[in-house]
Write a protein that binds this ligand. Structure first.
Ligand SMILES: [Zn+2]
Length: 276
């Protein structure tokens, strides 16, 4: 092969005797067509192998549901302590972080605390309200010394005189002052109970899972929440056997899956009612 740096001008290839301009154009177009087809195939292959969504940043449309997770306690507020020293605040934070990782592929996730610091009860509720969260799940462990207190409890808000769900919710909301802080959650009570039921259904479907019950209670952290809200007590940390079970749940364990599924079941049913 002739070297381009040898100083001699490059010699053009010989023109074939049957050369004509239209024939050259046809050959050029055919080559261009082959190149286009090759490039299109390559682009299709790349698109198939690396979906655009997998490489794009997680930018959510406004309609994407928002889930508020509230890891109980934090900072100087340790919560309950297990017999070997396991702290409620640490169990709740680890579980909340794990749930957030699983949920944020589909939803916008708001954590009322993302590390070990203290947040007041009303401030937690305000964080979820200001983020216009579509649902709220507060995470706690139970504490107590009764032998029976080993199960999971799903709490919805009910005031002191109304611990059981009622059929006619309209009568509970004063028409002249529906925005009072202590009335806010009552407006969502049927949906909160429905959220608790969706979670219980998934938790009950896990073989050998601890018994799961639903209770109404006047819990301060729920009363001002302006969205369906549930507090989950995931187990009695002061019971030795349960403490060991909770210690193993800090990476989500068997518990994270049914909680995520229950949230998803609820949001799928209510996605169209967000009001945009
Ligand atoms: Zn607690």
């Amino acid at each position: 092969m002739r070297c381009a740096t040898s100083g001699e001008p490059p010699v053009p290839p010989p023109v074939p005797s049957n050369f004509s301009l239209p024939a050259a154009r046809t050959a050029h177009r055919a080559a261009a067509r082959r190149l286009s087809i090759w490039l299109l195939s390559a682009a299709l292959l790349i698109t198939t192998a690396w979906p655009v969504s997998a490489q794009s940043p997680l930018l959510f449309p406004e309609q994407t549901p928002r889930v508020a997770l509230d890891p109980g306690h934090g900072g100087k507020d340790l919560g309950a302590r297990g017999p070997t020293g396991l702290l409620e605040k640490n169990v709740c934070l680890a579980l909340a972080r794990n749930l957030a990782l699983r949920l944020e592929t589909r939803y916008q996730v708001i954590l009322t605390r993302s590390d070990d610091y203290q947040v007041e009860l009303r401030q937690r509720t305000a964080i979820a309200n200001q983020a216009e969260a579509d649902l709220w799940v507060s995470l706690h462990t139970g504490a107590g010394y009764a032998h029976a207190a080993r199960g999971i409890v799903l709490y919805y808000y009910a005031d002191a005189g109304q611990r059981q769900p009622v059929d006619d919710m309209e009568r509970m909301v004063p028409a002249d002052d529906p925005q009072q802080w202590n009335q806010t959650q009552k407006r969502h009570q049927p949906a909160s109970l429905e959220l608790a039921t969706a979670l219980k259904k998934r938790l009950d479907s896990v073989p050998d899972a601890p018994q799961c019950s639903i209770r109404g209670a006047p819990l301060a952290v729920l009363e001002g929440a302006d969205m369906p809200a549930v507090l989950i007590e995931i187990g009695n940390i002061t019971h030795p056997a349960t403490e060991a079970r909770l210690a193993a749940l800090q990476d989500g364990g068997w518990l994270a899956g049914p909680i995520v599924d229950g949230i998803q079941d609820f949001l799928t049913r209510h996605q169209k009612s967000r009001g945009y």
